[in-house]
Design a protein around this ligand. Structure first.
Ligand code: ACO
Length: 321
């Protein structure tokens, strides 16, 4: 029994903000951003929320998969920017789509969130506990960015991606690898509320994401190729057998370095970061949906996927489409 992706969907906010737009409100330039990251523009919310984008992405994935809300047993949503601490964004999705039979919860594995959700769903499906799951990655990162810090805010965007996965006798997930390194977690951090009770003086200052970009870069270009090599070998394949590598869209330089280390043509690494920026947990499912909608994914193809980022965390998978 394998875990198969049977449908994908995504949602990007209506409003597009280009690098040139940003250069009008802060000291930056299209040249600086595109040459270092590959990002040209990103979608930012105005009225959309993490839940509203997730709900639309979920509806599109369900339509693509041809499944009804009644059939969904499990909803897992990766995010670091849910609208509420409780209820979970996954529960908001459950209510909106009417998947009343499902169990729904969020997970926080930052940019690896969708890949962790895939593996959790895989474990439930392999154990025979559930048959059909909706997995999502969704972020409104623009609300946790410090818009006066040009070194971080230009990198990120907003959006949601979803996939429906189902237990299948023949094709699906071939191998999986995931890991965490909490000891290095503070190189990419965004603090939640500080203590707030009669015993302490509360900081009224809002906290935002901060990052040691060079440390994150070093982590990504070593952990990701190693994880991909491991998972490809476990699937009984070689890197040459992989038709596409669908990687977390953090930075074009990270993707180029992974391609070089694996000795694979960059043509096998589809890109969405040019028009989306980095959308953390949402970037892999949005990329996968774009590949699906472009008709790139054909039955029998071998797809390697990898998410990596805050935690630090990473997760890779190889699947037969
Ligand atoms: N526009 C113009 N200048 C800028 C900007 C900006 N938006 N941001 C920073 N600068 C300036 C800095 O102030 C600095 O100026 P100085 O030399 O006068 O002090 C100079 O550019 C270099 O700054 P660095 O931070 O050293 O820039 P670096 O070359 O390291 O590039 C980057 C930054 C692109 C983030 C790089 O570190 C990187 O690729 N990191 C990978 C990590 C990553 O992509 N993280 C994304 C999120 S994590 C994840 O998803 C896995």
């Amino acid at each position: 029994m394998k875990t198969r992706i049977i449908g994908t969907g995504s949602y990007l906010p209506e409003n597009i903000v280009t690098n040139d737009d940003l250069s009008k409100i802060m000291d930056t330039s299209d040249e600086w951003i595109s040459s270092r990251t590959g990002i040209k523009e990103r979608h930012l919310v105005k009225d959309e929320t993490t839940a509203s984008m997730s709900i639309e992405a979920a509806r599109r994935a369900m339509e693509d998969a041809g499944v009804t809300a009644e059939e969904i047993d499990l909803i897992i949503l990766g995010t670091v920017s849910a609208d509420y601490i409780t209820p979970a964004c996954a529960c908001e999705v459950q209510a909106a789509i009417g998947a009343h039979r499902a169990v729904a919860f969020d997970i926080n594995a930052a940019c690896s969130g969708f890949m962790f959700a895939l593996n959790i769903a895989n474990a439930y499906l392999q154990a025979g506990i559930y048959k059909t799951a909706l997995i999502l990655g969704a972020e409104t990162l623009s609300k946790i960015m410090d818009w006066s810090d040009r070194s971080t805010c230009v990198l990120f965007g907003d959006g949601a991606g979803a996939a429906v996965v189902r237990a299948d006798d023949n094709v699906g997930l071939l191998a999986y690898d995931q890991g965490s390194d909490g000891a290095r977690g503070m190189v990419l951090a965004g603090q939640n509320r500080t203590n707030n009770n009669p015993l302490v003086e509360t900081s009224k200052e809002l906290q935002y994401v901060h990052m040691d970009g060079q440390e994150v870069y070093k982590f990504a270009v070593t952990a990701v190729p190693a994880s991909l090599q491991k998972v490809i070998a476990e699937a009984g394949l070689t890197v040459e057998d992989i038709d596409y590598f669908a990687l977390h869209q953090a930075n074009i330089r990270i993707i180029q370095s992974v391609a070089k280390r694996l000795k694979v043509s960059e043509d096998k690494f589809p890109i969405s970061l040019d028009h989306c920026g980095n959308i953390s947990a949402a970037s892999v499912p949005i990329l996968l949906d774009e590949m699906n909608k472009k008709g790139l994914l054909k039955p029998g193809m071998k797809i390697a996927m990898s998410g990596f980022g805050g935690g630090l965390t990473w997760a890779s998978a190889v699947l037969e489409w």
